[in-house]
Write a protein that binds this ligand. Structure first.
Ligand code: FES
Length: 86
């Protein structure tokens, strides 16, 4: 099991390899298109960026220079722990 932590709250368990979208939605991250186009679901990754899947083409197109931000509708967690803010 991997873990994802939102805004310093208690970490939530999430299966390795799972898309993070549903877990983000349950924890208050807003979603719009769910296809990587609108940017509503932007999250800031404070720790554990290496534990998320590679950037999708949609993320590259929307986010431009890839820094600490991801689109939550596009990410899967590989394992370990990821800490995000939104
Ligand atoms: S919900 Fe639109 S980019 Fe993620």
């Amino acid at each position: 099991m991997a873990q994802i932590q939102f805004n310093d709250e208690d970490p939530v368990e999430i299966p390795d390899g799972a898309a993070i979208k549903d877990f983000c939605e349950e924890n208050g991250v807003p979603f719009g298109c769910e296809e990587g186009v609108c940017g509503t679901c932007i999250i800031e990754v404070e720790e554990g960026m290496e534990n998320l899947s590679e950037f999708t083409q949609e993320e590259e197109d929307f986010l431009g220079d890839m820094d600490q931000e991801r689109l939550a509708c596009q990410c899967k967690i590989k394992g370990g722990c990821v800490k995000v803010r939104y």
